[in-house]
Design a protein around this ligand. Structure first.
Ligand code: NAI
Ligand code: AKG
Length: 453
């Protein structure tokens, strides 16, 4: 009998669950993609006989390692580090590093899997990977963070390289951490290469990389609104998170004529009915990246704003919503509440912020809904442009990069339109389906070209 992955979808998902016990985030990400891909490859037997989906959902390799470091009191501390190299069919592994206590193998596997499709959507030659550690930079001194980053890179350096695997930032990893890791890589290997992106401008970083993910998510939102003859002028936005992605998304919403009502962190959310202006966003950026404080401090600075502890901001009525904090932060009931309150569009700055139930609520309501792998691809796209600049040993001008980011986000939107049509509903686009199929097709066709490897 022929061996194939052409079993029905529930049987395929059961297999994924069995092979990945105790990894709910990874199973969730595979299920969301498989729901669309199954339909697309129904009559394309070669994808089944070559077991392409099964192979994409099995990382090329997972590296797990001990990270020992010494805190300021001389105590020995031990963390677990990882790099998940999911798929390099279309280019070197590429994807961020996350330092957060919630990091597990399941979380990094889901992120590396999503990254594979996202990177394909950008049109740039990048495979998918992700890494991190269960290290919490919050409350640590700069020296402690430095020692941790150096120790992390002391193992990671042997698995990465400018043409092998190029990590970048993610939650808990910004310019400071990238600097410490790049410095350690250079020190160990004696090579100055583009092994990381998100670097400082003085040592090979790209202009607009810090802004790119948040700005890109708003460009994607504008592309979606345009299909309905709308824009952001006068519209209200609810945003979660208050880190790199959230603050830059807020900035671009304001620049586009919208009003931002909320920001959040893991302790709760702030609601500012007067609108979070550019001056207030600058305060939040400095508070988070320099003073390393909490979002609740906003209400002491700006009267009229309120802080709600332990809650997400989805109950605040809005025209558009941008989840920009973390995975599974917007659940089925939150999605229902947003739709009930008149939310017209959701653009995901974070990776997989909406759970499977929420995804179905947005799809069923036929609102404009962009999944993270399409909407937040601007960050990794500019990382890809940073790789090109490093290879050329040049730095491109800001105007050129801004235009490329706009073009890439528009291109991803067009790919979603191409593959996201729904039979019998002209004018409606299922962006989740569009992104999944467009991303899958490119990676799958490259894998087919290589034969069985
Ligand atoms: N930095 C980048 O270029 C990209 C980031 N992303 C995704 O965007 C999201 C945010 O990442 P960044 O802004 O880079 O990280 P960051 O470290 O700058 O900010 C993370 C924010 O999320 C909040 N947060 C973390 N865990 C939370 C929780 N359990 N509940 C509520 N809030 C929580 C933090 O308080 C912080 O405000 C993540 O899902 C990340 O994977 C996606 C594409 C690129
Ligand atoms: O810039 C990069 O390489 C990675 C960005 C990232 O981690 C993501 O897109 O989720």
């Amino acid at each position: 009998m022929a061996v194939t992955d052409h079993v029905d979808l529930p049987t395929f998902i059961e297999g994924v669950k069995k092979r990945n016990p105790g990894q709910p985030e990874f199973v969730q990400a595979v299920q969301e993609v498989a729901e669309d891909i199954y339909d697309f490859i129904e009559d394309k037997e070669h994808y089944h006989s070559e077991q392409i989906l099964r192979r994409i959902a099995e990382p090329d390799r997972i590296i797990s390692f001990r990270v020992c470091w010494e805190d300021d009191n001389g105590n020995v501390r031990v963390q677990r580090g990882y790099r998940v190299q999911n798929n390099n069919a279309i280019g070197p592994y590429k994807g961020g590093i996350r330092f957060h206590p919630s990091v597990t193998e399941s979380v990094l596997k889901f992120l590396a899997f999503e990254q594979t499709f996202k990177n394909a959507l950008t049109g740039l030659p990048m495979g998918g990977g992700k890494g991190g550690a269960n290290f919490n930079p919050k409350g640590k001194s700069d020296r402690e963070v430095m020692r941790f980053c150096q120790s992390f890179m002391t193992e990671l350096y042997r698995h990465v390289g400018a043409d092998v695997d190029v990590p970048a930032g993610d939650i808990g990893v910004g310019g400071r951490e990238i600097g410490y890791m790049f410095g350690q890589y250079k020190r160990i290997t004696n090579q100055f290469t583009g092994v990381l992106t998100g670097k400082g401008l003085e040592y090979g970083g790209s202009l607009i990389r810090p802004e790119a993910t948040g700005y890109g998510a708003v460009y994607f939102l504008l592309n979606m609104l345009k299909t309905r003859g709308e824009d952001l002028v006068g519209k209200t936005a609810v945003i979660s998170g208050s880190g790199n992605v959230a603050t830059h998304a807020a900035e671009k919403i304001v620049q586009s004529g919208g009003k931002v009502l909320t920001l959040s962190d893991s302790q709760g959310f702030i609601h500012d009915p007067d609108g979070i202006t550019q001056e207030k966003i600058d305060w939040v950026k400095a508070h988070k990246t320099k003073r390393r404080g909490r979002i609740q401090d906003y209400v002491s600075e700006y009267k009229g704003a309120t802080f709600t502890a332990g809650k997400t901001p989805w109950g605040v009525p809005c025209d558009v919503a941008l989840p920009c904090a973390t995975q599974n932060e917007l659940l089925g009931d939150d999605a229902r509440l947003l739709v009930k309150n008149g939310c017209k569009a959701v653009s995901e700055g974070a990776n997989m912020p909406t759970d499977l139930e929420g995804v179905h609520v947005f799809k069923d309501a036929r609102i404009l809904y962009a999944p993270g792998k399409a909407a937040n691809a601007g960050g990794v796209a500019v990382s890809g442009l940073e790789m090109s600049q490093n290879s050329e040993r040049r730095s491109w001008k800001e105007a050129e990069l801004q235009q490329l980011l706009l073009d890439i986000m528009e291109g991803i939107h067009t790919s979603c339109l191409t593959y996201g049509g729904v039979a019998g509903e002209p004018g409606y686009t299922d962006y989740v389906r569009g992104a999944n199929i467009a991303g899958f097709k490119k990676v799958a066709d490259a894998m087919l070209a290589y034969g069985v490897v």
